[in-house]
Structures are given as C-alpha cells and as structure tokens.
Design a protein around this ligand. Structure first.
Ligand SMILES: Cc1cc2nc3c(=O)[nH]c(=O)nc-3n(C[C@H](O)[C@H](O)[C@H](O)COP(=O)(O)OP(=O)(O)OC[C@H]3O[C@@H](n4cnc5c(N)ncnc54)[C@H](O)[C@@H]3O)c2cc1C
Length: 481
C-alpha cells in the first residue's frame, strides 16, 4: 500500500487510530485459529459509521482488501488478512444505544462485548440468550458475522434467531439499513439474515438491533457421569423425545475432563468416560420438575452418578468449567486445533464413535466436548505444528471427520464459520452449484472482491492453505492436499 493511500486512511481516522509499523501490525496477523497467519498493510480503528464509509470508499477505489475484526477470537481463520490490505477494527463502536422495553429490543454498536450486553439487559430483567464460550471477550459484530452459537442453543437458538435489524456499510461506502424492530416484516428479501453469518465478506456491520426475552426467574444445573459414551449420547436423545428441552446439554469426554480438572480444580471424577452438564431454566416449579425427571432419565440410561448443584454458585462453577474446556486443552500441547463438526442430534452417538475411530486410525490425540443437545461437537486435536508429519495426519483425520459428519446428515461447521480453515470442505456440504450461487451473491455486494478475500470460498481445490509470514514479512504457502 503506497504512502498516499496510507495518508488518506490516517486522515480519516486520525493519528493514533492508524497503525502501519511491523511491530504494531503483527498482533493483527493472526486470530484464535492455529496454523494461519498473514500480515496486513495497515490497521484502522474508526469511531463512526462515517469513518467506516470513507475507509471503504478508499479501499474500493484502490482495490485494497478489507478484513473487519472484532476481538479476533474466531476459530476459522476469519480475520487473518490473507491478501494483506486493511484490518478494520470495530472495537471503538461499542456503545449500547438503547434498550427498548416495549418492543423488547436492544440496539448497540458491533464492538460491544457479548457479556456486557448480557449484563446490561439482565439488569433490567431481560435476556439475550446466545452465550458463546468466548462471551467475555468476543464482540457482538463478530457474533453476528459468524452467527455464533453457545451453550443455550438447544432451547433458545443461535445469533441469527435474535438479530432483527442491522446497519451496514457496503464496499462502495453506501450505508444500508435492513430489518428493524418489527416483529413481522416480509418486505423483500431478508437481507438481515443474509448478513448474519456472512463472515465479513459482504459488508461491515455498524449497528445491531437484537430481540430480547424476559429473563427466566430460576435455573438449576445437573451433572451426570458415564462409563460409556453412548449412554451419555442416548440420554440426550431420550430427554428430548420425552419433550423436555433443557437450556443447556453439554458433553465432555474423559480426556477433556482430565485437563479441565487439572485447570479448574472443581473435583471432577477422572475415572469415568464422559459427563453431561445439563441446565434448565424457567419458573421455579418447572425447573424442579424437569431436573427431577432428567435425573431419572440419566440413571435409566446408565449414568453411574447424577448430582444436582445445591447452589447457584455450584451450578455456575460447573458451567464455568465447561467454558474453560478450550483454554484448558490449549495448555497441554503447543497447537490446539478445534473443529466444529455437527450432526442431527439423533446421530450424536454415532458421530462420537466415528471421532474416536478416526483418532485411533491416524494415531492423533483428539479430545471431544461440545453442545450435545445441538449435535454440535468440538473434536479438538492436541498437536504441535512444528511436527509436519503429525500435522499431515491431523489434516487427514479432520477430513475424514467432516466426511463422516456429512454422511450422517450433518455439516462441516455448526457455529465457527467456514473462514479459511474450512473453505476447502464447503463443497461437501453445499455442492458446486451452491458455491456458484453464493459467489454470485457475493459479487452483487462486492464486485471488486475486497471484502475479506480468501474466506468461505477456497482459492483453489486445495484442502487447506497455511500461510506463514516470517520476520521479514514474506509469505510462504504450505499445501496440505
Ligand atoms: C475460548 C473460545 C470459546 C469459543 N466458544 C464459542 C462458542 O461457544 N460458540 C461460538 O459460536 N463460537 C465460539 N468461539 C468462536 C468465536 O469467539 C466466535 O466466532 C465469535 O463470534 C467471534 O467474535 P469476535 O469479536 O472475536 O470476532 P472476530 O474473530 O474478530 O471476527 C469474526 C468474523 O467476523 C467478521 N466481523 C467482525 N466484526 C464484523 C463487523 N462489524 N462487520 C462485519 N464482519 C465482522 C470478521 O471479519 C470475521 O470474519 C470461541 C472462541 C474461543 C477462543
């Protein structure tokens, strides 16, 4: 990027909000996804929609890639500026503009931290359910762009179920408003839903209006331990077929429990094969009835021990232990690769068995945890990226896991997005014509292809491209075909 363009960008955001020295840029060359890294040419930190529009006009005129970035916690390489260009940080747009108690909506900037939104609405007796494990650091813009899920997805759905309206800037600098506060609105195509989950490839979201619910007055947490993984998976199916929909149904296998216990020290037994953490919310009476019945089902399906948290603090600490799973696993080996294969709930037991079979076949260390109630598993490989031979086996194992998920009627990603990490597998799920249609949609928004290039759509038929940037800023591509 030449000096003149940098000068224009600096003038838009002001001194102090424009970065271009290698030391400053380095922190924006990677995100929470291992294996992917690439240096941007500049980072801008705008404070308003007007500044974002002006930045996009410059980028569009000079065909400079734009990578929007919230907190960089995504797990699909979504904010790695693979073609260089501008990283546009949205964290300064973090204002809560309104909580509308009559329409039950909240309107806020994309830089708002997810847990801050929870706190603000809960202080008024209201509830925004999506709760990704990263909620204390992730931004709502990132949640919208990835259509983030969380632990309450089973009963309450995911981000797309709550986003009612968006303000966004197109690559031309044009500002659009889509959706709004209307409970019903069928005026034309649902562009709001299209932007949710679009991974920064269509527009920059600058304002979000989300639906709120009344805050459930009570909740209770139960844990059940199993000596057989399939008993745990069967419990999940049986609870649902008995028409009880818990707020949360999380699964941890033994390997995950061991590292979580080492990390969180909450007294998990280490000699069992799996555990379920189940939480129900609602009225006190309903919660008590449901938890009692769920405990009976757990025992009937083979749980060797079932415990109900005696206090809200005990329940919260169990949920916190589950939230800590990825951080705990990340301490074990230098490289932690977490995937997101998802199957219809009824196929969960088969998918867990497939993951274990595949880990054995390729001789790789995979721990599995996840949102069992959603059929959304996070097989997590503990490895070392310096060992290229092992990384190759890890790639092969994950490829087979994705094929197994598709064969079971599932998908390659339930909540983390395609990004770079799964671009080579998208065709498995949507087919060649599905990809062509999506590319035409992208072209309509972004004819010059400047919005987060290299994401969602693979640049070639290669499986994965690992882009490394060395100290001198040169990029090297390594194929894992
Ligand atoms: C420990 C841990 C636990 C996690 N748990 C979960 C979980 O339970 N469920 C889940 O779904 N995910 C989870 N994630 C993944 C991640 O936190 C989510 O994808 C989250 O939504 C990313 O938010 P972010 O602010 O970090 O976005 P970033 O990583 O900065 O960006 C993510 C994507 O959004 C785009 N983007 C960001 N802001 C905008 C904007 N304003 N306009 C347009 N595009 C934008 C970026 O270009 C990128 O494609 C977890 C991650 C970690 C590290």
């Amino acid at each position: 990027m030449d000096k003149e363009i940098k000068g224009q960008l600096r003038a838009i955001v002001g001194d102090g909000w424009f970065l271009d020295t290698p030391n400053e840029l380095y922190a924006y060359s990677y995100d929470a996804t291992p294996l992917y890294q690439s240096m941007p040419d500049a980072v801008v930190m705008p404070s308003s929609v007007e500044e974002i529009a002006a930045i996009l006009k410059v980028a569009n005129e000079y065909r400079i890639p734009i990578t929007s970035r919230g907190s960089g916690t995504n797990l699909s390489g979504g904010t790695v500026p693979v073609d260089g260009g501008i990283v546009l940080l949205t964290t300064r747009l973090n204002q809560l503009r309104e909580i509308d108690q009559e329409n039950l909506t909240a309107t806020f900037g994309p830089g708002m931290i997810t847990a801050d939104l929870h706190k603000a609405v809960e202080s008024m007796g209201l509830f925004y359910p999506p709760d990704p494990g990263s909620m204390r650091i992730s931004t709502m813009g990132g949640n919208v762009a990835e259509c983030a899920g969380g632990m309450r997805g089973l009963k309450y759905g995911v981000t797309k179920d709550y986003i009612m309206g968006l303000k966004a800037v197109l690559p031309t600098g044009e500002v659009i408003r889509v959706g709004g506060k209307n409970a019903k609105d069928v005026a034309g195509y649902d562009v709001t839903k299209l932007l949710v989950g679009s991974e920064g490839t269509l527009a920059v979201v600058t304002e979000i209006t989300a639906k709120l619910l009344p805050l459930p007055p009570a909740k209770q947490t139960l844990v059940a331990y199993y000596n057989d993984l399939t008993d745990a998976a069967r419990t999940v199916q049986r609870v649902i077929t008995e028409k009880i929909i818990p707020a949360t149904m999380e699964f941890l296998d033994q390997a995950t429990m061991i590292v979580v216990e080492d990390f969180a020290k909450i007294g998990l037994p280490l000699d069992v094969q799996a555990m379920l953490i189940i939480e129900q919310d609602g009225t006190q009476l309903q919660v008590e009835q449901d938890i009692e019945r769920i405990a009976e089902i757990c025992r009937a399906e083979g749980a060797i021990d079932v415990r109900t948290a005696q206090t809200a603090e005990e329940g919260a600490s169990l949920m916190a232990a589950r939230r800590a799973a990825l951080s705990a696993l990340a301490r074990v080996k230098p490289t932690t690769i977490l995937e997101d294969a998802t199957v219809p709930r009824a196929r969960l037991a088969e998918m867990v068995e497939q993951v274990n079979r595949i880990a054995k076949k390729y001789s790789v260390h995979i721990c599995t945890f996840g949102h069992a109630g959603d059929g959304n598993l996070h097989p997590t490989c503990l490895t070392d990226e310096r060992d290229q031979e092992e990384i190759h086996r890890v790639e092969q194992a994950f490829e087979e896991i994705f094929h197994s998920a598709i064969a079971l009627g599932g998908t390659i990603t339930g909540e983390h997005g395609v990004g770079m990490a799964k671009a080579g597998f998208l065709e498995l799920k949507v087919g060649a014509s599905g990809i062509e249609l999506m590319k035409r949609i992208k072209e309509a928004f972004d004819p010059h292809g400047i919005m987060n290039p290299g994401k969602i759509f693979a640049k070639s038929d290669r499986r994965r491209v690992v882009v490394k940037t060395n100290a001198c800023g040169c990029q090297h591509e390594h194929n894992h075909a």
